[in-house]
Design a protein around this ligand. Structure first.
Ligand code: NAP
Length: 248
């Protein structure tokens, strides 16, 4: 896909990987809009990257998801790329029963439900565009789970699966569907690093963005970066053979 002259919405674009993508895509000649819940983080990002537009939005709220699309339609009718990047991650000790799961961020709502619903809201709008894309950020842990992050890993495995189906359903349309599969990246998501995480080497977010842009430009639909490549390869036997068999 072309990687300039697009108008792009990045969820969770004020920090970490989302911000690095916002920065790289702005430099490449795109209009970028970022959203997130914390106005202070959005303002910080805008101070570092004056060209970006910001929007406060909680993507786990159905009304806010619907309102986000209406806001985009009213203000950036030319928008042609959605990057579903916002995410949450928690360590969970499953021997403790349900207690560890109550309270805090709901990874399934943020990582999976919001991504699925936002995609659904934006698809009819993106189908009207000559060239458009949905870019989902999953994780190397979608392919091999990290046991101390059980719900996170499961939610990302579901994001991968959903993205494969989405790409298949949209294959004859104007919407290209990409999956960015990051390795361990140095962002707030990981603080502190999970015990047992042997992917200890943390990639700087700008390095990830630098690897992603050429892959998007060459229509590489699955983009495992760095150590995530080993996790993807390690998880695969005949996945696509089976997928193609049931999706003729
Ligand atoms: N860092 C890694 O090692 C790594 C590896 C693989 C995949 N990833 C994935 O990369 C993506 C970005 O994460 P990151 O590492 O860059 O961490 P991050 O800096 O913590 O970014 C997460 C972003 O998501 C936003 N967000 C969270 N919940 C939201 C909600 N309900 N509504 C709107 N925005 C929300 C946060 O902003 P607010 O809190 O202000 O809303 C924040 O800007 C995630 O999907 C993550 O799973 C990260």
């Amino acid at each position: 896909m072309k990687i300039k002259d697009n108008t792009i919405l990045i969820t969770g674009g004020a920090t970490g990987i989302g911000f690095a993508l916002a920065e790289a895509l702005t430099k490449a000649g795109n209009k970028v809009i970022i959203c997130g819940r914390r106005p202070a983080k959005l303002a910080e990002a805008k101070a570092r990257l004056p060209g970006v537009e910001t929007k406060v939005c909680d993507i786990t709220d159905e009304k806010e998801r619907a309102a986000l699309l209406e806001w985009v339609k009213s203000n950036f009718g030319e928008l042609n790329i959605l990057i579903n990047n916002a995410g949450a991650q928690r360590t969970m000790r499953l021997k403790g029963g349900v207690q560890d799961m109550l309270g805090g961020e709901d990874e399934i709502q943020t990582n999976l439900v919001a991504l699925v619903r936002l995609s659904a809201y934006f698809i009819p709008f993106l189908l009207e565009k000559k060239e458009s894309a949905i870019i989902n950020v999953s994780s190397g842990l979608a392919f091999i789970p990290l046991a101390v992050k059980p719900v996170y890993s499961a939610s990302k495995a579901a994001v991968h699966s959903f993205t494969v189906s989405l790409r298949h359903q949209l294959k004859d349309s104007s919407i290209k569907v990409f999956e960015i599969i990051p390795p361990t990246v140095d962002t707030d998501l990981l603080k502190p690093v999970a015990p047992g995480n042997t992917l200890a080497k943390r990639m700087p977010p700008h390095e990830l963005a630098a690897a992603v842009l050429p892959a998007l430009a060459s229509d590489q639909y699955e983009i495992p970066v760095g150590e995530a490549q080993g996790l993807v390869e390690g998880s695969r036997a005949d996945f696509y053979q089976t997928f193609n068999k049931i999706n003729k």
